[in-house]
Design a protein around this ligand. Structure first.
Ligand code: FEO
Length: 401
């Protein structure tokens, strides 16, 4: 008996759940785990494998594949993405099924030479944008999706069953816990935060490329989406596509504010708390706060994408921005955050400088509106800073309304 899930009568999920890895790509904490999805199509007399899994799950995947094939030969392996969380098990799989034709694009073929020692060149069926491959009853159409998330990425659309194998796109952090389909979860309650954090941090930089793919997808009649991570989408596709449209066009999901601070001895935190309470006094309730020293930047980035506004409060540290806030700003720059309205608060016991430096970094980003004034305190909030704080609160509350 194997952990195999039926997607349709002829399509099977043979992936795995990773509950061991602490940090995805050695960067993002995944306390919720992650699934690596691979699929097998069993046509009348042909079989097709779509992608493989991370090497940590290779044994389970290989057993699942053999069980689904049940003695039949594997005819095709479609490789949509070469990142090793999906392709690390490819070499051993392709060697175990030497008759399988390898369907991929030329960039994927090149990367195979980088990752693997086996020369697969005489087994390639290379495809490009708009190509299709008929496998008995199924017509596979190939859609190039460069930089969603790597340059070689492609998607495969089975126009017979109206299934899109979307590679990393439409993925979600989190294990599947025995389930497979989106409608078996309370997605908007339990998984949307993981989906947002996955998207914004993994492909957030490539909004334009995601928009291009969404335009291509709009021309397809899609009944289900089979991503490489997270649930298979078989209902309410519009909900998830709309989220990706918002995220990739850097539009907020919610009018509201995320306040991000860090504080060494409490003065900066108190300033941030006064700011949050002052907003609430002005009728604002959509307020979230984080201490950047206690929260991984990937969570902060996800909320910056989610909300229309953000505020940053930072101590001055060796004449610079506090390192954890500086790390966040670096991530924001890398992920090309834009289209937001911001407030800045700074602290410095003898020479406050973090505010000016934060402002310079935000001004380098695209379409960030910075509200005035920057609130400056020296060690702790005093009566003489109240006027600036009230002015910033009024400006922020007006913008949020
Ligand atoms: Fe899930 Fe870009 O790999």
């Amino acid at each position: 008996m194997k952990c195999i899930k039926k997607v349709t009568d002829n399509l099977f999920w043979i992936g795995a759940n990773d509950r061991t890895t602490e940090r995805f790509e050695s960067v993002y904490p995944i306390p919720e785990g992650v699934s690596y999805n691979a699929y097998v199509l069993i046509d009348k007399d042909k079989t097709v494998l779509f992608d493989t899994v991370d090497f940590s799950c290779c044994r389970q995947f290989s057993e699942n594949l053999a069980a689904v094939l049940d003695g039949r030969k594997l005819d095709y392996i479609v490789v949509n993405h070469m990142e090793p969380d999906h392709a690390a098990s490819f070499e051993s799989t392709a060697n175990a099924y030497p008759e399988a034709t390898i369907v991929c694009n030329s960039k994927i073929a090149t990367m195979m030479g980088q990752y693997f020692t086996t020369d697969f060149s005489d087994r390639f069926h290379l495809v490009k944008e708009g190509d299709s491959l008929t496998i008995n009853d199924h017509v596979l159409n190939f859609v190039m999706a460069p930089l969603v998330h790597w340059p070689e990425v492609m998607m495969t659309y089975d126009s017979t069953d109206k299934t899109l194998f979307s590679a990393d796109a439409f993925g979600t952090f989190g294990t599947l816990n025995g389930k497979l389909f989106n409608d078996e979860f309370d997605f908007d309650r339990d998984l949307i935060d993981s989906a947002r954090r996955y998207y914004c941090n993994i492909v957030g930089k490539y909004g334009k490329q995601v928009q291009n793919v969404l335009k291509k997808a709009a021309g397809l009649d899609i009944q289900r989406i089979c991503p490489l991570h997270g649930p298979v989408w078989r209902s309410d596709l519009g909900y998830f596509i709309e989220k990706h449209d918002l995220w990739s066009s850097y539009k907020e999901e919610k009018k509201g504010i995320v306040i991000i601070y860090t504080s060494m001895y409490g003065g900066t935190q108190n300033m941030a708390e006064i700011f949050a309470a002052g907003l609430n006094d002005r009728g604002i309730t959509e307020i979230t706060m984080y201490d950047a020293a206690k929260t991984h930047p990937s969570y902060l980035i996800a909320d910056i994408f989610k909300y229309s506004h953000f505020a940053i409060a930072s101590p001055t540290y060796t004449g610079e921005i506090h390192p954890v806030i500086e790390t966040l700003l670096m991530e924001m720059e890398h992920l090309t955050v834009r289209g937001k309205t911001a407030a800045i608060m700074e602290n410095g016991s003898w020479a406050p400088a973090s505010g000016k430096k934060i402002k310079a970094k935000l001004e380098n980003m695209k379409d960030i509106t910075i509200l005035e004034p920057t609130v400056t305190i020296k060690s702790t909030m005093k009566a003489e800073q109240c006027e600036d704080m009230e002015a910033l609160l009024d400006a922020m509350a007006a913008s949020l309304k």
